[in-house]
Design a protein around this ligand. Structure first.
Ligand SMILES: Nc1ncnc2c1ncn2[C@@H]1O[C@H](COP(=O)(O)OP(=O)(O)OP(=O)(O)O)[C@@H](O)[C@H]1O
Ligand SMILES: [Mg+2]
Length: 504
C-alpha cells in the first residue's frame, strides 16, 4: 500500500510528500543545528503517519509525551529496571501499541542504558511480531556517539549496539529508524550511513557540512546552501522523498512541544527594595539541599500521598508532650500492616482496581489504625500486594522455597508478580493449577486469553514449563524450584474472591 504523507511545501510550491512504505525500507536521517526545527519536523512526521504505522519514540527531553493525548501513545518513563524495560518493549511489539520512551531527568548514562535495553528488546522480538514500527530517535548523537565520552565503555556498547542494530539490521525485523542529530560529526558513521533518506537543515560548522555533503554525494560548494536555510526549512533527498535535492518547508503541527524556544518578555517593574529582596534569605532556603537538581520527574499522586502521610519530624516538640502514637514493636507493626493487606484483598472489587487507587485506600487505613512509622512507598506496596494476591499461607511464606520464588518473581515486571507468585505458591503446596479465570483475576483483568498469554510469557522467559496430564488438565512446573502444581482445570470458573489456597 502506498501512503504519502504531507510534510509541508516544496520550494516549487507543491506538497512535499513522504512515502511511508518506502521510508520503512530505507530509513531517514535528519540533521540541523539546535533550533533548526528537527524536533518540529519529527513531530509533523509522527502526527501525519500516526494513523498508518506503529511508532516508538526515544525521547531524551520528554518533548513527545504530548502525542499521548491526541494519538494515544503510551508514555513509558525510562527509569526502570532492565527486566521491566525488556518486558514492556516485548509487549509493545506484541500488541502493536505506539509509545514514547521518555528519558527526561535521567543522567546521560541512564538515558543510554534505558534506550539501549529497550531498543534491543524491540529488535529481539519473536518473528511472529515483526510488524513495521517507525522508531524515531531524537538527539541520536547521544545514543550513537562517534567517539567514546565520559560514559562507561559498557553503557556505550549497549547503546551504540542497539542503534547499529536498529539502523543496519532492523529492516527485516520491521524496525525503521528515523534519527535526528544536531551534529552529524558527532554521530557514529555506520549509524548515519545506513539511512538512504535525508532531511538536512541549517548547518553552520564546516565539519558537519562536509559530512552532510559526503552522505548526500554532493560537492562541497553545493552543500554551502545548508548555511542559509531558515528554521523549519530542510533539503530533502532519498527514495522516500525526492530523487534530487529539494527544498522543503515543514508544515504546522497539531500537538505542542513541552519545551519552547525562549521568547523575549518585558521585565517586571523593579521594586523599590530590590537589594532587600535579593539579599534577604527566605527561611525555607536553609532546609533546602544546596544541590542542582535534574529536571523534575513526574511523580504519581500516590507517591506524593505516601510522603504526605509520613509523620513529620517533631522539630521542637517540648519534652512533656507524649507521642501521639503508641510505641509498638516492628513485628507488631508488620502484623498490623499484613492485616491491612488481607482486608484489601478480601474485597472482591479490589482485584480490578488499579494499584495506585488501592494504595490510597491502604494509606487511609494506616491512618485510621494509627500504624506508626513511615508509610510504604508505592513500589513496596505493589510488591506486598503481589504477595497478598498470591494467597500464600503463613507457613509457605516462611519457607526457603518461597524466598527462592520471590527471587524468581524479580525477573518479571511488577504487574506480573502476583500471577507468578500465585502459580509458585500452588506449585510449592502441590495445589491444583489455578484456572485461567483465577490467573486473570490476579492480573486484574477478566480476559482468559490474556491469562493464557501470561503463561506463555513466563514460559518464554524459561521460568515455567506448562504441560498437561492424560485427561488434559493443566500442570505448571517450576524448574528452578523443582516443584510443580497438581493438575487443574484451566477453564474452571473463578471461585469468587477465594485465593488459590482456599480453592483446594
Ligand atoms: N516548520 C516550522 N514551523 C513553525 N515553527 C517551527 C518550525 N520548525 C521549528 N519551529 C519552531 O522553532 C523552535 C525550534 O524548533 P525545534 O525545537 O524543532 O528545533 P531543534 O532543531 O529540535 O533544536 P534542538 O536541536 O535544540 O532540539 C520551536 O519552538 C518550534 O516550534
Ligand atoms: Mg530538538
Amino acid at each position: 500500500m502506498k501512503v504519502g504523507i504531507d510534510m509541508g511545501t516544496t520550494s516549487e510550491g507543491t506538497s512535499a510528500s513522504l512515502d511511508i512504505e518506502e521510508l520503512l525500507a530505507t530509513r531517514l536521517l535528519v540533521q540541523g543545528n539546535s533550533g533548526s526545527g528537527k524536533s518540529h519536523l519529527l513531530r509533523r512526521l509522527l502526527e501525519q503517519s500516526a494513523p498508518w504505522v506503529q511508532q516508538c519514540i526515544i525521547d531524551p527531553e520528554g518533548d513527545f509525551v504530548t502525542l499521548a493525548d491526541k494519538f494515544g501513545h503510551v508514555v513509558i518513563e525510562g527509569e526502570r529496571t532492565d527486566t521491566e524495560l525488556i518486558g514492556i518493549a516485548t509487549r509493545i511489539r506484541q500488541h502493536r501499541v505506539s509509545c514514547v520512551l521518555s528519558l527526561e531527568g535521567l543522567d546521560v548514562e541512564q538515558q543510554m542504558r534505558s534506550a539501549g535495553v529497550f531498543l534491543n528488546a524491540m529488535f529481539d522480538a519473536d518473528r511472529e511480531y515483526w510488524y513495521p514500527v517507525l522508531v524515531v530517535v531524537d538527539e541520536a548523537q547521544m545514543f550513537a556517539p562517534s567517539v567514546g565520552g565520559d560514559v562507561s565503555e559498557e553503557i556505550r556498547k549497549v547503546s551504540l549496539g542497539a542503534m547499529t542494530n536498529l539502523m543496519c539490521r532492523g529492516r527485516k525485523r520491521g524496525l525503521a529508524g528515523v534519527i535526528a542529530t544536531q551534529r552529524l560529526a558527532k554521530l557514529a558513521k555506520n549509524v548515519a550511513a545506513e539511512a538512504s533518506n535525508f532531511l538536512m537543515g541549517r548547518t553552520f560548522l564546516d565539519i558537519d557540512m562536509l559530512r552532510a555533503a559526503d552522505l548526500l554525494g554532493m560537492d562541497r560548494r553545493t552543500a554551502e546552501m545548508f548555511r542559509d536555510l531558515k528554521r523549519g526549512s530542510f533539503v530533502a533527498l532519498g527514495p522516500a522523498l525526492s530523487r534530487r535535492p529539494l527544498r522543503v518547508t515543514i508544515g504546522s503541527v497539531e500537538t505542542s512541544a513541552r519545551s519552547m524556544s525562549p521568547k523575549l518578555m518585558p521585565l517586571p517593574e523593579a521594586p523599590q527594595d530590590v537589594a532587600d529582596l535579593i539579599f534577604t534569605p527566605d527561611p525555607e532556603e536553609f532546609t533546602r539541599p544546596a544541590i542542582r537538581r535534574a529536571a523534575p520527574q513526574p511523580r504519581p499522586a500516590s507517591d506524593i500521598l505516601a510522603e504526605l502521610s509520613r509523620p513529620r519530624p517533631e522539630a521542637a516538640a517540648p519534652a512533656e508532650v507524649k507521642p501521639a502514637q503508641p510505641e509498638i514493636s516492628a513485628a507488631e507493626r508488620d502484623a498490623l500492616i499484613n492485616g491491612l493487606f488481607a482486608e484489601i484483598v478480601a474485597n472482591p472489587e479490589a482485584a480490578f482496581r488499579p494499584d495506585a487507587e488501592l494504595f490510597q485506600d491502604f494509606l487511609v487505613r494506616c491512618r485510621i489504625r494509627r500504624v506508626p512509622g513511615p508509610a510504604l512507598y508505592l513500589s513496596a506496596f505493589r510488591r506486598k500486594m503481589a504477595v497478598a494476591r498470591s494467597g500464600v499461607d503463613a507457613e509457605t511464606a516462611a519457607s526457603e522455597a518461597w524466598a527462592l520464588a520471590l527471587g524468581l518473581a524479580d525477573r518479571v515486571t511488577e504487574d506480573l508478580q502476583a500471577v507468578f507468585l500465585m502459580l509458585a505458591h500452588a506449585a510449592l503446596r502441590g495445589l491444583p493449577c489455578p484456572s485461567d479465570a483465577m490467573i486473570a483475576r490476579a492480573y486484574g483483568t477478566h480476559s482468559a486469553r490474556r491469562a493464557r498469554r501470561l503463561l506463555g510469557y513466563f514460559e518464554e522467559q524459561a521460568l515455567i514449563v506448562v504441560h498437561a496430564d492424560f485427561s488434559g488438565r493443566r500442570i505448571v512446573a517450576f524448574p528452578d524450584l523443582g516443584r510443580e502444581t497438581a493438575p487443574g482445570d484451566a477453564s474452571a470458573l473463578d471461585v469468587g474472591n477465594s485465593t488459590c489456597a482456599a480453592a483446594e
